[in-house]
Design a protein around this ligand. Structure first.
Ligand SMILES: Cc1cc2nc3c(=O)[nH]c(=O)nc-3n(C[C@H](O)[C@H](O)[C@H](O)COP(=O)(O)OP(=O)(O)OC[C@H]3O[C@@H](n4cnc5c(N)ncnc54)[C@H](O)[C@@H]3O)c2cc1C
Length: 386
């Protein structure tokens, strides 16, 4: 069958990849050029990790997520992932790290508990005196998002997928089915998948009211020379105490070191000019005072602004209307599920999974659902800390 995919971010590209693997034909339509180098899916890195707070469903979907990435690496012939390990700090009882530890324990997933002495020895680049414990896992790390999007685009083009950048869809006609461009052209297909990120609800009435659009600015920073080597071998870090949603990516494989903080996000209209400003960088660096050793020696080198669709419970929302299926939500953590969601979206659009099951699975409520086309070598691999 022929499927029109609206949106060439990670979810749309991975849906097209999964459709090709399933023997289907795909056309990807994006208002921006493909790859969309200004888009939410395009940055030096996105983090992946197994700890997921009290979100048991997404915790349990992580082996499938890693298995789907492995399938993608095999197809692309390259691994755009650095397995740095992952560290989170518990600084108050019942915080995100504490809840993650409980969820991991509940499912028998091994992790390493680091008491204050071990934290100080292993992570001299941090100030950890206030931490109750550290949660460390060897799995998890950095997905090189821009390289992944570029490589996927090239793979799809080489496999006969029509990539139509500069094609803004103004209306969906699920009854035809067809996607109608802003110039009035009808692009017909047997089914449509809408993976238009924060913009999806403009196109798909069934998604309205599920999400708000948030603006997040991240800062690329230069660590102090004395700690540069330590940072190069550091794990990805999250929930670092202080304001909610602190996370950072270490400067691995020649990429920059990046810091972010969800607590600094703000709602942002899609038409609003929300470019990053120098004060965003200062606010962000300020949040890390008292956490980064030699904090005053850090320099902000570059800022990047992105928008994402924030769903209150931090879940994906998947809805159907006629022959169109639309995905949005998942807030600031959706990239890591790209290939897995792509397999699921391709399966539901081609009739391989029932709508209700697919929607519950995407929302994290049916984590053990068999996803058609997913090879699960990771099922046998222990999720143990090393
Ligand atoms: C600062 C930041 C940090 C993040 N960190 C992480 C992280 O560490 N780990 C993680 O897993 N996730 C992270 N995320 C979330 C992740 O990046 C997103 O969930 C993911 O990239 C969304 O991908 P998508 O394909 O759904 O949407 P997008 O990448 O937004 O792609 C949607 C595409 O649809 C196109 N489009 C929109 N409207 C139309 C239209 N009418 N017609 C045609 N095309 C249209 C757009 O041009 C765009 O290219 C982060 C997000 C941000 C902003």
């Amino acid at each position: 069958m022929r499927v029109a995919v609206v949106g060439g971010g990670i979810n749309g590209l991975c849906t097209a990849w999964a459709l090709v693997r399933g023997g289907h034909e795909a056309v990807v339509l994006d208002a921006a050029p493909i790859p969309n180098t200004e888009g939410t899916s395009y940055d030096e890195h996105r983090l992946t990790r197994i700890p997921y707070g009290s979100q048991a469903g997404y915790t349990r979907m992580m082996p499938g997520s890693f298995a789907a990435w492995d399938m993608l690496w095999r197809d692309l012939g390259a691994v755009h992932y650095a397995r740095t390990g992952c560290l989170a700090l518990c600084t108050s009882e019942g915080d995100w790290t504490g809840r993650s530890a409980e969820t991991l324990d509940r499912f028998g997933i091994l992790w390493e508990r680091l008491e204050s002495g071990a934290l100080a020895d292993r992570f001299p680049m941090l100030q950890t005196g206030d931490a109750r414990f550290g949660l460390y896992m060897a799995e998890g790390g950095v997905l090189f998002a821009d390289r992944i999007v570029d490589a996927l685009t090239a793979w799809l083009a080489a496999h006969g997928v029509e990539l139509r950048g500069g094609t803004r869809i103004a209306e969906l006609r699920p009854d035809v089915p067809a996607a109608v461009t802003e110039t009035g052209e009808q692009i017909r297909a047997d089914a449509m998948v809408i993976a238009a990120g924060a913009w999806a609800e403009q196109l798909f009435p069934g998604l309205q009211g599920h999400c708000t659009t948030l603006r997040q600015v991240v800062a690329y920073v230069e660590p102090p020379p004395a700690l540069a080597a330590a940072w190069q071998s550091a794990p990805v870090m999250l929930d670092l105490g202080g304001p909610r949603g602190m996370y950072l990516a270490p400067p691995v494989r020649g990429r920059g070191m990046k810091i972010g903080c969800g607590a600094l996000n703000r709602p942002c209209g899609l038409a609003e000019n929300a470019a990053a400003q120098p004060e965003d960088g200062l606010a962000l660096l300020g949040v890390y005072r008292g956490r980064l050793a030699r904090w005053e020696e850090f320099r902000v080198r570059r800022l990047r602004m992105c928008r994402y669709a924030n769903q209150e419970a931090q879940r994906f929302v998947l809805r159907r209307s006629g022959a169109a299926w639309a995905l949005t939500g998942c807030s600031g953590h959706g990239f890591k599920f790209g290939p897995l969601m792509g397999l699921g979206l391709a399966a539901v659009a081609s009739g391989g999974i029932a709508d209700d099951a697919a929607a519950r699975w995407a929302a994290g409520d049916l984590p053990d659902m068999q996803v058609p086309g997913l090879d699960m070598p990771h099922a046998a691999a222990p999720l143990a800390a090393e």
